[in-house]
Design a protein around this ligand. Structure first.
Ligand code: XUL
Length: 528
């Protein structure tokens, strides 16, 4: 069996390729990360006019042109090829994508994907396959009316949550599809296939439409979470004819196809290379962090901040603020998602004209508990709690006080995660941190102190791309007749970590702060 496994992650702001190498034949745990490359969208593809990977529109709309992702895939593979990576040794490719974002393809797409000409660039051959030129992504909050309509049709919020694992949320794909059907009925009619970002990229590599998996499928308000298949009632409540635009859900670690001749000819892949269905970036991170059983939390500090944990069985959040998605390893995951993640930290940094180093210095020298100062960091709309009108709230400090504001934003983010994770059950034994900002030790120390448990960080902060590569390895081994467990395949990566211990004195102070935070949040949300 070829010994390389490729993980591709198409996130909000960048596209990452991560290559895993199995170094000892016959020992699937002898893996190491051979190479990681990320391409930032704004920097590498300025012709699309994105800012932080997106194009904001009116009334809370946030879209990205799908051709940007096609270009990014093409460019990432070109970079690997130019670096001399033996792409013919890649046994399988796994995929991760920002969740909820949808790509709308017309009836010409099947033929175009199957007949790609390997002597030509990829993106120009796909210019005409879209029935919608831009894709709504997870930051889009423009579908409150559609959420209400779907909720009413399915018998109320609790019923939607029990059926699909989440209440109807603005960014979820079902409400987004409904809005498209209502506002552009002709273009909706002309749509032959609806893909998620995570199933669109593998469809390009497979040369045909690849199904959606239960990890990302659960982020649509369309999948019956217990059955891990589309819910007829949810499809009906969303838009007419929707079932014909979706393939049946396929489990994340099944092989969806072998690679299309286009990529064999153009990039030198082996024709035997296996293509997996993609999954969402959070389910992929769950795998990349080795969270294949309970007892630990994952926290990803990226464009969005997310907190998640593995669950054996479906158990939904009684407050309705969080979600249940499928885990790519089987089972489920509980997850809370914050829109005000890196963009809120970035907003504070910019307001006070600080470098990231100065930002960290402030965290290092200011006292835990911030002398009683607090903040509700709603620089943009928020998901947890549901805040549809931006407006950061400050308590006990002045707007111009950089020291207080830097600490306040991070303490607020960590405390909100603590408070809103309570429904997930017993206290975790450890936290696995990932995402760009997990490189910041001062932020991780506050995380350890707020939660009162050790925080670990792996060698790579690209846990979603790593998880995708591990899924590829898992599927390739099974197909080769030498299956290995996800536990054994993730362990080598979890081992390569550093750990920060909590300071018990600070944890006690944060327990008090959490009470104050909850009061402020409840009071503010009541005014909305
Ligand atoms: C998850 C979510 C975000 C995106 C960002 O529900 O909306 O975490 O997946 O990539």
């Amino acid at each position: 069996m070829a010994n390389l496994f490729l993980g591709l992650d198409c996130s909000t702001q960048s596209f990452t390729a991560l290559l895993l190498e199995q170094t000892i034949p016959g020992d699937p745990t002898s893996t190491r990360i051979l190479l990681e490359r990320s391409l930032n969208f704004d920097e590498h593809f300025p012709e699309f006019g994105t800012r932080n990977g997106v194009i904001p529109g009116k009334n809370g709309e946030v879209h990205t042109p799908p051709q940007l992702w096609v270009r990014a895939l093409e460019e990432a593979l070109t970079v690997l090829q130019k670096q001399g990576v033996p792409l013919d040794q890649v046994a399988a490719i796994g995929f991760s994508g920002q969740q909820h974002g949808s790509v709308y393809l017309n009836a010409a797409a099947d033929k175009a994907l199957a007949a790609l000409d390997g002597s030509k660039a990829l993106a120009p051959q796909l210019d005409f396959v879209y029935s919608r030129k831009t894709s709504p992504i997870w930051m889009d909050s423009s579908t409150s009316a559609e959420c209400a309509e779907i909720t009413a049709a399915l018998g109320g919020s609790d019923a939607v949550c029990a059926l699909t694992g989440s209440k109807a949320f603005e960014r979820f794909t079902g409400p987004q599809i409904r809005k498209f059907y209502k506002t552009e009925p002709e273009h909706y009619q002309a749509t032959a296939h609806i893909c998620l970002v995570s199933s669109f990229i593998p469809s390009l590599l497979a040369g045909k439409i690849v199904p959606i998996d239960p990890g990302d499928g659960a982020g649509m308000n369309l999948m019956d979470i217990a059955r891990r298949q589309w819910s007829h009632a949810a499809l009906e409540a969303t838009a007419p004819g929707l079932s014909s635009k979706l393939l049946p859900v396929l489990e994340s670690d099944q092989v969806a196809a072998t690679i299309s001749p286009y990529f064999v000819k153009r990039f030198g892949f082996s024709p035997a290379c296996k293509i997996l269905p993609g999954t969402g970036d959070n389910p992929a991170s769950l795998v990349g962090l080795g969270l294949v059983s309970g007892g630990a939390l994952g926290i990803s500090l990226g464009t969005s901040d997310t907190l998640f944990a593995y669950m054996n069985a479906v158990c939904t959040d009684p407050t309705g603020a969080s979600h249940v998605f499928g885990s790519p390893t089987g089972g489920y995951m509980a997850i809370s998602v914050y829109k005000n993640g890196s963009l809120a930290r970035e907003a504070v940094r910019q307001r006070h004209a600080l470098t990231w180093e100065q930002f960290s210095d402030i965290l290092g020298r200011t006292p835990p508990g911030n002398n009683g100062a607090a903040m509700l960091p709603y620089f943009g709309t928020e998901i947890v709690p549901h805040v549809q009108k931006p407006g950061a709230q400050r308590y006990g400090f002045a707007e111009g006080d950089a020291d207080a504001e830097v600490r306040a934003v991070v303490e607020a983010q960590m405390t909100s995660m603590l408070v809103h994770a309570e429904w997930m059950g017993e206290k975790p034994r450890r936290i696995q941190a990932t995402g760009g900002a997990s490189n910041n030790r001062e932020i991780l120390q506050i995380m350890a102190d707020v939660f009162g448990v050790p925080v670990m960080r792996q060698e790579t902060s690209n846990s979603a791309a790593l998880g995708a590569a591990v899924c590829a390895q898992h599927a390739a081994l099974r197909e080769a007749g030498t299956p290995a467990s996800f536990e054994s395949l993730t362990l080598p990566h979890v081992k390569a970590t550093f750990t920060l211990q909590p300071n018990p004195k600070n944890t006690a102070a944060y327990a008090k702060f959490a009470k104050l935070y909850r009061e402020k949040e409840t009071a503010y949300v009541a005014t909305l």
